[in-house]
Every structure is written in structure tokens, then in C-alpha cells.
Design a protein around this ligand. Structure first.
Ligand SMILES: Nc1nc2c(ncn2[C@@H]2O[C@@H]3COP(=O)(O)O[C@H]4[C@@H](O)[C@H](n5cnc6c(=O)[nH]c(N)nc65)O[C@@H]4COP(=O)(O)O[C@H]3[C@H]2O)c(=O)[nH]1
Length: 815
């Protein structure tokens, strides 16, 4: 059926039945000519309220106002546009889709009066509402994502980024430039650069171990120190895999906490301190292995016992806990010394307990931790340190400090009584030579032996102490002159017994000075000083004896000091000279050599004997200077004699200390060269103590001297410890028999036998023998009869100034 044939009523019915709102509007006046039922519904106005009214009354927004003010040609373009229409019934604007078209309506005369506009509106409010709803949901979702604590990254199945939230950008520090443009490659490259260890990161990001439907967890460390936990889960849309969601959580703090918890656990388990953890009732919950070790039990019986069942603070339990609570309140911990209860310790071991309280946020005690340290060893070490402070490290004897304590106590106790006591000062004779020639380690061993021996001479109540070096001090409580004297004698007798160290037998003597309390001093320092003075005095009189302090002794000590001072000045002031004592050939009676002997003539002291000042020079080390000077003079004298008719050999004494000087060999060689000497014209006289020096060094020195060609002789032979076998291996030319043996000649005594033995031994070893200190012709004849070839002594001449020696030699030649 053709629509053109429908009646107007039928058309009206059709238009009225349309769901779309329809208005017919006059194209000139814009008055509404017709509104259908749907238009009535849409606007909430009756048709009569609209018909005859300007269509602009339907307008709900300024844009619509503008729309209807445009030219008709623009309005009626038939464009579909979205706008709103006001619904008076519902009192709200309703979203609509609007279209305006011109329609040509053929009137009865067939000509149109004015253009008609067909305005149609389709209610879109439902769609609009749902769109707005949708947008709202999306915005909420976005906000939710952005406010999530985790960083989220959504990728599709190909790995392309679909979305990420702000937290993600923040965690990875994505720069603004990457947020504003879509460049997945740049984002992933940037993320890669943030990693502390980028190796394998691509696989970790892309790979889904166990398949794409699996969840994966990984820990990612960034270069800035942040640690992220990365989880990735499959993203399903309508049940189908659409991509993957990565979430990143900052676990730096958590990792830190975990690390410190692990550390704490490790400390707890491995700490050497014994640690317990107790609850708020002081009942033990846990103990560490250190605690088990300290208490000697395993954990099980300890857990559940009270702390006070473990330790004893030396006070009533309640009082102790009250004190602990007070301390916790003020400082958060209690510390002090406790002992372990008997159940846990054999003795009462001292323990240092440091007990720390743990409170909750409200300040209530929840637990406590106790740290216990065994003080037994520390106490022992303390005792040991105190002991060492009072002990001589070498000999283990009490030292001066301990002696001081003891003597002070004796002095305090003696106040107002007649109590007396004695102090003995013992100094070993010539110990310096032992040290110089055999070395300090040997000397130390000798001192230990001496200490043991001295100790044997004393009572339990006496105290022997070492002051240092070779000086010992004895305190004899309740002793006067007799006891002191008896002890001194006993010591000296005991010291006469030979000592043995390694293979060596030797004797060491000592000199003892005695001071008595109270007459010789009322404090230890005075007593020591005076005993020391007495000892020096004794030494001067002859070694190996003892003597009591006498007040005038102090002046003697002063005299010694004066002498040492004068000796050091004498060389520079020209008060020293070298004299020469002739050595005579027993067969021909000719002078064949001379011994250089030092002479000191002091303007104040007069002629000082070498026997007095040489030991002083040896003790002070000044002998090195003196000896060098004498050797220089002797070398010059030897040079003089070597070109004369009677080329005398000049011998010179060398002390142990001189011999040990570095450069000694070079000095001798230098002198020989400087004076153009035939080396054999110079002879070095060494005492047996020089030969006792450190074996290897000494033998090398002697060989070097022998190779150089200078003569070597042993002085004072017989007084020392040299053995025959020992001499055989040394490059020695001469032995000088000590005067003490020659004094016994002629005669039948032991001395004569010794001299004879020495002469025979010398002959057997191919050594020349020189007898020293020959004063009489009977001695000379006895020596001649024994086969001795040379002598030296007052019988020929004492040591003479060089000119006198020259005169004497000349004189002898002439006869
Ligand atoms: N009663 C008596 N004595 C005699 C007789 N013949 C020689 N004498 C003395 O005996 C000592 C021999 O010297 P010594 O054994 O090397 O003993 C020397 C020597 O060990 C040391 N001495 C002297 N000058 C030096 C020196 O320049 N350097 C070194 N290192 N020591 C020296 O001093 C010690 C003593 O020297 P002096 O007093 O000069 O004493 C000398 C000498 O004057 C005699 O017939 N009867």
C-alpha cells in the first residue's frame, strides 16, 4: 500500500504512535505547530502547552539557544546532534539525540506557505546514564589503582604495556617524559637500567615458569638500594587469557627487618655471652648455647625456671627483684655482679649480669633479656696482672714494689718496738763481662740459676727480690747483725760451688752489703742506698765478700763517682800516658817485646792504678775510647821499633767490650796499614773472658786477625776457664802465665806444678809461653829450668815511658 494514499488522520495516528518525539515547527516563526505523544512524554508538557509556543522554550542549555538562533539552512541540515531537553514533569534535563529537517507538506492549493521543520528527539537518557555510570566506574577504578600501595603494570600477551599505575612509576622512578608518551621499548629499557643486576632480567620479566597461567614471584634489586617483590599473575578477560599483571611491592624495609632479625638470631645463637629471655614474671623462656655452656645444662630444664633460681645477687630475692625493677624504671636495664646458684656451678663463679627490660608501646613489661659473662678468667687475669706488677719477669722473684710493701709493713709494725731487720744488697762480681762476652740470653739464664741458688739459702719468712740487672735484695725479718752475717756467709759459700749451663762449668761470685733497721735507715730507700754503698765498699776491698754499712761509706761512693768523672777528663787534658813493660828472652837475656800499659797521673788524685780505674772504665763502657787511644799509641811505637836494630813486638791489652765493638777488625787493619807495620810486630792480649764470647762470632774474629798476621796472646792464663782442647782450635800465638802462679816459684807447691803444666802444654801446642810478674832471679831460674822462654816483670823493669824503654834497650845492647 502506498503511504501517499493515507489519510491525514492515519498519518496523525502514525506520528502519534512513534516512539520518537516529533514536533512540527513553523520555519519562519519557530512556533510549534504539532507535538506527538512521545514529545509530551519527553518534555512532561501537554501538547497544548507546546503548540503555538516558540520551540526555544524546549531549550535546556545555552548551546541550544545558539543552535536555534542560527540561520534556518544550518538548523535544518538534518544533522544528528546530542543535546538535552528539559522535562518539566521530572524537573531535569533529559539527554536526547536531536535532528531537524525541513518537510514539504502539500496543502490543498498545492503550494507551501512557509517551510515546515520536523524536529525529532530520541530519548538517550538511559544510554547517557549508563555511559556516565561507566565513566564513573572507570574513574573509580583508576583512582583505586593509583592509590594502591603496590606498583601495577599490565601487559598484553605480546608483552606490550596496556596500563600502569602511579605507584609503579614512582617505584621505578619513571621520568615524566616516559609517562606522557607511549613507548614500551623506552619504558622497559629504562626499567632495565634501574636494576642492580640487569643480567637475566629480560627472561625474568618475560618468562613464566610453569606456563602463562602460573603466578610468579621474584625479588628485584634496584641500583638505588630499593628491593622490590615482583609478582606476576595472568590477566583473564571473560575467562580468557588476555595478558599479565605485574605488581611490585617495596620490601626494602621488610628485607632490612628480616636481615636484622636473622642477625639477632645469629647473635643469640653464637654469642659467647650467655643470654636468656624471660617473660614478664621473670620466668625463663629461652636460653642460647652460650648459656647452656655457662650453666652446664641443656635448654629444657632451664626454660620454665625463674631467673632468681639461676643467679644469686647476694641479697634476698624480693629485694633483688625490687632493685631490678627500680633500675629498669630509671635506666631500662640492671647490671651487676652475681654468682651462679649451686645447682649450676661447682664453685661460686663470679658472673657479670646485664638484664635489659623489653616493654610494649604502653610501657608494660613484656619480656626481658639477660646477658651473663663469666668473670672467672677476667679475675684470674687481673690477679695475674697484679702478680706481674709485683714480680720480676725474668726470675719470677718478687720485685722492688713487692719488697717495698713488705718492708713498709715491717717498718709500720716495728714502730715503738725494739724490732729490727736486715737488708742485704747482693751484686754479682764481673757479671757485666759475662753479659758482654757471652751475650744477654746466656746472662739471663745465669741470673735464673743464681736466683734459685740464693733462694735455697733463705728461710720461708725471708724475701729475696731482684732489683734489676745483677742486683738482688734480701729482706731478713727479725734479724740483727748475727743473722745477717750468717746469711751473707751462707750465700757466699753457696755461690762458691761451680755453676753449670749447657756444657760449661763456671763460677760466679757476689759481693754483699748489709744495712740494718733502724740504725742504718728508717725507710726502704735509705736502707737500700746504704746496703748498696756497703756492697760497693766490699767490692773495692776485694770481691766475693760481705760488709756492713758504716756511715763514712757514703763518702767512698762519692769518691768513685769523682774518679769516673776525672777519668773521662784525663785523656783530653793529657793526663794519660802509655808505658811499656819489657818482655825478655830467658835464653839470650835480650828484650824482645814490650806490653803497653796505660798510666794515669791526675793532678789531684795522683797516680791512679789501672787496677782501680780500668774496671770503672769497663763498667761504664769508657774503656772503648781509652783502648782505642792506647792501641793507636802502641801501633806507633811498634812502627818505631820495627825499623830499629831490635824490632820489639808491642803487645796491647784488649777488653772484652772493645773486642765486641763493630768495626774492631777494620780499626786494627787500618792501624797496621797506616803505620806500615809488619802485622806480627803488633800483638793483642786477650783475657780468657774474651775467648768465652759467643763462639761463632769470636772464632771468626780470631781467624780474621790471625789471617791479618797480628799476634794473639792469652793474658792472665790459668785464672779463667780455658781448656786445652779448646785452645787447640784457636789461632793463638802466646800464653801469658798469670802472676799469681809465678808468685809460687820456686817451690814444690801446686803453683809450680801448674806453671810446669802450662809450659808443657804450650810447647805441645806450639805456643810461646810468657811468665808474668817475675820479680826475682830465683823465679827466673826456675822458669828457665822448666823450659819457659820469655818473662816479664819487675826483675827486668816495670812499665816505662817510651824514651826510658828505648834507653834501656840500648843500654842492654851495649852490654
Ligand atoms: N807486682 C807486680 N806487678 C807487676 C810486675 N810486672 C808487671 N806487673 C803489673 O802487672 C800488670 C800486668 O798487666 P795485665 O795483667 O795486663 O793487667 C792490667 C790490664 O788488665 C789492665 N790494663 C792496663 N792497661 C790497660 C790498657 O791499656 N787496656 C786495657 N784493656 N787494660 C789495661 O790493668 C791491669 C793492671 O795494670 P797495671 O797496674 O799496669 O799492672 C800491670 C803491671 O804493672 C811485677 O813483677 N810485680
Amino acid at each position: 500500500m502506498n503511504g501517499a494514499h493515507l489519510s491525514s488522520a492515519a498519518w496523525q495516528a502514525v506520528v502519534q504512535g512513534l516512539q520518537q518525539a516529533v514536533w512540527l515547527v513553523d520555519g519562519h516563526s519557530f512556533q510549534v505547530l504539532f507535538a506527538n505523544a512521545a514529545a509530551v512524554d519527553l518534555t512532561g508538557r501537554r501538547a497544548e502547552q507546546m503548540v503555538g509556543r516558540p520551540v526555544q522554550e524546549l531549550v535546556a542549555s545555552p548551546e541550544d539557544e545558539i543552535f536555534w538562533s542560527r540561520p534556518l539552512s544550518e538548523i535544518a541540515m538534518g544533522i544528528c546532534s546530542c543535546t538535552e531537553v528539559w522535562n518539566a514533569g521530572r524537573n531535569r534535563a533529559v539527554a536526547v539525540e536531536r535532528r531537524v529537517q525541513t518537510v514539504q507538506v502539500a496543502e490543498g492549493n498545492g503550494a507551501s506557505q512557509s517551510p515546515l521543520l520536523l524536529l525529532t528527539m530520541l530519548d538517550r537518557s538511559e544510554q547517557e546514564d549508563s555511559r556516565q555510570q561507566h565513566e564513573l566506574v572507570l574513574a573509580e577504578l583508576r583512582a583505586t589503582l593509583d592509590s594502591a600501595a603496590d606498583g601495577l603494570l599490565v601487559c598484553d600477551l605480546q608483552g606490550a604495556i596496556r596500563a600502569f599505575n602511579q605507584r609503579f612509576a614512582q617505584l621505578w622512578s619513571l621520568p615524566a617524559s616516559l609517562l606522557s608518551r607511549r613507548d614500551d621499548g623506552a619504558v622497559f629499557a629504562y626499567m632495565r637500567r634501574q636494576l642492580a643486576d640487569p643480567t637475566g632480567c629480560d627472561e625474568r620479566m618475560a618468562g613464566f615458569p610453569g606456563g602463562p597461567m602460573q603466578e610468579a614471584i621474584d625479588v628485584v634489586r634496584l641500583g638505588n638500594g630499593v628491593i622490590l617483590e615482583q609478582r606476576s599473575v595472568p590477566q583473564l578477560t571473560h575467562g580468557r587469557l588476555a595478558g599479565r599483571v605485574y605488581s611490585f611491592r617495596d620490601i626494602s624495609r621488610q628485607a632490612e627487618v628480616q636481615a636484622s632479625l636473622r642477625l639477632a638470631a645469629q647473635v643469640f645463637e653464637s654469642s659467647l655471652d650467655a643470654i636468656f629471655i624471660a617473660d614478664e614474671q621473670h620466668v625463663i623462656l629461652r636460653v642460647n648455647p652460650g648459656c647452656e655452656q655457662l650453666l652446664g645444662v641443656t635448654r629444657s630444664p632451664l626454660a620454665g625456671s625463674a631467673v632468681t633460681a639461676l643467679v644469686d645477687a647476694g641479697m634476698d630475692e624480693e629485694a633483688f627483684l625490687a632493685q631490678v625493677a627500680r633500675s629498669w624504671g630509671q635506666e631500662g636495664f640492671w647490671e651487676g655482679e652475681v654468682t651462679l646458684r649451686h645447682a649450676f656451678a661447682a664453685g661460686s663463679s663470679p658472673i657479670h649480669l646485664s638484664w635489659v627490660v623489653l616493654r610494649d608501646e604502653g610501657g608494660t613489661v613484656v619480656q626481658s633479656i639477660g646477658f651473663m659473662r663469666d668473670l672467672t678468667q677476667q679475675r684470674a687475669a687481673q690477679r695475674r696482672i697484679e702478680e706481674l706488677a709485683f714480680t720480676d719477669a725474668l726470675t719470677g722473684l718478687p720485685n722492688r714494689l713487692r719488697l717495698h710493701e713488705r718492708v713498709q709493713a715491717a717498718i709500720d709494725a716495728a714502730q715503738g718496738t725494739d724490732d729490727e731487720f736486715a737488708v742485704l744488697f747482693l751484686d754479682l762480681d764481673r757479671f757485666k763481662i759475662v753479659n758482654d762476652s757471652l751475650g744477654h740470653p746466656f746472662g739471663d739464664r745465669v741470673l735464673k740459676l743464681v736466683a734459685q741458688r740464693l733462694q735455697r739459702c733463705l728461710r720461708q719468712s725471708d724475701m729475696l727480690c731482684r732489683l734489676g740487672g745483677d742486683e738482688f735484695l734480701v729482706h731478713l725479718p727479725d734479724s740483727g747483725v748475727q743473722v745477717a752475717e750468717a746469711v751473707a756467709r751462707r750465700i757466699l759459700e753457696e755461690m762458691l760451688q761451680p755453676f753449670q749451663l749447657d756444657e760449661m762449668h763456671f763460677s760466679i761470685q757476689g759481693s754483699i752489703g748489709i744495712a740494718l733497721y733502724p740504725q742504718d735507715g728508717r725507710c726502704l730507700d735509705d736502707l737500700i742506698k746504704h746496703a748498696d754503698t756497703a756492697m760497693y765498699r766490699t767490692k773495692e776491698r776485694g770481691r766475693g765478700s760481705y760488709g756492713f754499712y758504716q756511715p763514712q761509706m757514703n763518702s767512698n761512693l762519692l769518691a768513685r763517682m769523682k774518679m769516673e768523672h776525672a777519668m773521662r777528663q784525663a785523656l783530653g787534658q793529657g793526663h794519660m800516658a802509655v808505658h811499656y813493660q819489657p818482655q825478655v828472652d830467658l835464653v839470650s837475656g835480650r828484650i824482645v817485646g814490650a806490653e803497653a800499659l796505660l798510666r794515669w797521673s791526675d793532678p789531684q788524685l795522683g797516680a791512679v792504678s789501672p787496677a782501680a780505674f780500668i774496671p770503672l772504665a769497663e763498667e761504664s763502657g769508657y774503656i772503648v775510647t781509652l783502648g782505642a787511644w792506647v792501641m793507636e799509641q802502641a801501633a806507633r811505637e811498634a812502627a818505631y821499633w820495627q825499623d830499629s836494630e831490635t824490632p820489639l813486638v808491642i803487645s796491647v791489652n784488649v777488653s772484652a767490650l772493645e773486642f765486641r765493638q763493630p768495626g774492631f777488625l777494620q780499626r786494627v787493619a787500618g792501624l797496621v796499614e797506616h803505620h806500615g807495620l809488619r802485622p806480627r810486630q803488633l800483638e793483642l792480649e786477650l783475657t780468657e773472658s774474651v775467648l768465652l764470647q759467643d763462639a761463632q762470632d769470636k772464632e771468626q774474629m780470631l781467624s780474621a786477625l790471625a789471617r791479618m798476621g797480628v799476634g794473639l796472646s792469652i793474658d792472665d792464663f790459668g785464672t779463667g776457664y780455658s781448656s786445652l782442647a779448646y785452645l787447640k782450635n784457636l789461632p793463638i800465638h802466646r800464653l801469658k802465665v798469670d802472676k799469681s802462679f809465678i808468685d809460687g816459684l820456686p817451690g814444690e807447691g801446686g803453683e809450680a806444678a801448674i806453671v810446669q803444666a802450662i809450659i808443657r802444654m804450650g810447647q805441645a801446642l806450639g805456643l810461646e809461653v810468657v811468665a808474668e810478674g817475675v820479680e826475682g832471679s830465683a823465679q827466673r831460674e826456675a822458669l828457665r829450668a822448666m823450659g819457659c822462654l820469655f818473662y816479664q816483670g819487675y826483675l827486668c823493669a816495670p812499665a816505662l815511658p817510651r824514651q826510658q824503654l828505648r834507653d834501656l834497650v840500648l843500654q842492654r845492647l851495649e852490654h
